[in-house]
Design a protein around this ligand. Structure first.
Ligand code: NDP
Length: 241
């Protein structure tokens, strides 16, 4: 069996249709897991990812409590839950509409409350499971124009540490991966000057690739990380140290 093998385990990855979620779904599949790919609008992309790993794609808006619960139930007997779905609605605080605040909090933070609540009892019952929640370096350091996103991503950290304390005695682990700047549709919209500034502040001298995040998630999901819970793993090329 290879290092960080996930043979025999079933995983749900939200936002698995593209970007970081896609890379995570493919990596977990490569590690031997049976993968369920959650998506909202990207049906063709999600089905292509599922086909590549021999898994299934399920449509659900995870910001909707009923849809998130139904997604977890339909995904089946889960050993692994990766909450990756996320959005940005950037803008300065003084001009931020209520809707942009709520959309970002609902999609990035409330969604993982809905899915984790749905998975908690079954995982506790079988006395095992690994939950990985995707935060961001912005949740630790803040960023102008991202008060909504930073609040959601910082909330994920407190939420996950509390979850780790609640579920630890039943053998269920919960950890956070906090990526730095990774090249995806989410960050493609950033101005070139902002990208150049991030690059200059990153000791490893490059932007992240979705695969960089996927490897860290695979490790935390696996038994190789069996004594790690409540941890926040920065995967950021050194940007946030
Ligand atoms: P993308 O925009 O490329 O992908 C986002 C994914 O989330 C898509 O699969 C999208 O699905 C899904 N999604 C969005 N809203 C919902 C919803 N309501 N219900 C279900 N699925 C939804 O983003 P990234 O891959 O860059 O980001 C993935 C995660 O990593 C996010 O949580 C993000 O905050 C975080 N992150 C990203 C960083 C980066 O530099 N890229 C840095 C730090 C953190 P669909 O297309 O089907 O709508």
């Amino acid at each position: 069996m290879s290092f960080a093998s996930l043979e025999g385990k079933t995983a749900l990855v939200t936002g698995g249709s593209r970007g970081i979620g896609r890379a995570i779904a493919l990596e977990l599949g490569r590690a031997g897991a049976t993968v369920v790919v959650g998506y909202r609008g990207g049906k063709d992309e999600a089905e292509a990812v599922a086909a590549e790993v021999g898994g299934r794609a399920i449509q659900a808006d995870v910001a909707d409590p009923d849809a998130a619960k139904a997604l977890v139930e339909e995904a089946g007997d889960l050993d692994i839950l990766v909450n990756n779905a996320g959005i940005t609605r950037d803008g300065l605080l003084a001009r931020m509409p209520d809707e942009d605040w709520r959309d970002v909090i609902e999609t990035n933070l409330s969604a993982m409350f809905y899915t984790c609540r749905a998975v908690a009892r079954p995982m506790m019952k079988k006395r095992g499971g690994s939950i990985v929640n995707i935060s961001s370096i912005v949740g630790l350091h803040g960023n102008p124009g991202q008060t909504n996103y930073a609040a959601a991503k910082a909330g994920i950290i407190g939420f996950t540490k509390s979850l780790a304390r609640e579920l630890g005695s039943r053998g269920v682990r919960a950890n956070v991966v906090a990526p730095g700047y990774v090249s995806t549709q989410l960050t493609d919209v950033l101005p070139d000057a902002a990208k150049a500034a991030m690059l200059a502040a990153t000791p490893l001298g490059r932007l992240g690739d979705p695969k960089d995040i996927a490897g860290a998630v695979r490790f935390l999901c696996s038994d190789a990380a069996s004594f790690i819970t409540g941890e926040v793993l920065l995967v950021d090329g050194g940007l946030g140290m």
